[in-house]
Design a protein around this ligand. Structure first.
Ligand code: SF4
Ligand code: SF4
Length: 185
């Protein structure tokens, strides 16, 4: 399991962001048929390599979105009224049409341990983040364009996806070439 070095991640991101973003945009309209299975397999690999507790960069730099159910559940957990919970920590982002945190890092992040103090009742957006297996992938791959900047797991997942898709293309081309040689003879 890899301990995350966020400074190194930032350097790698700045060096490779153009090519990875180009890959995501190009691939979005030309995904392999087995993309959902591929996404699941790479997701499993990534989580054997990444230790989120050494990172917590999502909780430090981004805000989750809060649904009404999230607010209801978390407010009840904190023994608060929903309106007081909202007034204390959230604002409504008109552009995104979502409730978000006022503060970054998130008020529920324990900065010493990188643990979430409301883990059992955290927003659905947090429990699903970084959405590496969301289906169908063709409708969600664009979100990684933003997340590769902040999330080392997403960065690794996109790198691995790029390698696999390129390898698949090389193999298909080699088979095509071989068939041409055999049948043109
Ligand atoms: S609620 Fe918990 S998991 Fe979600 S951003 Fe805050 S600290 Fe992180
Ligand atoms: S989900 Fe990504 S950004 Fe969040 S802690 Fe894990 S590796 Fe870091």
């Amino acid at each position: 399991m890899q301990v995350i070095n966020l400074r190194l991640h930032r350097k790698k991101y700045l060096l490779n962001k153009k090519s990875l973003r180009y890959f995501i945009t190009k691939t979005e309209n030309n995904l392999p048929l087995n993309i959902d299975e591929m996404a699941d397999a790479i997701d499993k690999e990534v989580w054997t390599e990444i230790d989120c507790l050494s990172c917590a960069n999502c909780c430090k730099t981004m805000s989750p979105t809060y649904t009404f159910q999230d607010m209801k559940r978390i407010a009840a957990h904190l023994n608060m009224k929903i309106k007081d919970f909202k007034a204390k920590w959230l604002y409504f982002d008109k552009r995104e049409n979502d409730w978000m945190n006022v503060k970054r890092p998130c008020q529920f992040l324990d900065k010493k341990t990188n643990m979430c103090s409301i883990y059992e009742v955290r927003p659905a957006d947090c429990s699903g983040f970084p959405h590496l297996t969301k289906k169908p992938m063709k409708d969600y791959i664009y979100i990684h364009n933003q997340n590769i900047e902040y999330c080392p797991a997403t960065y690794k997942w996109v790198e691995k996806l790029k390698e696999r898709i390129l390898l698949q293309k090389v193999m298909i081309n080699s088979i095509d070439q071989a068939e041409k040689i055999i049948y043109d003879k």
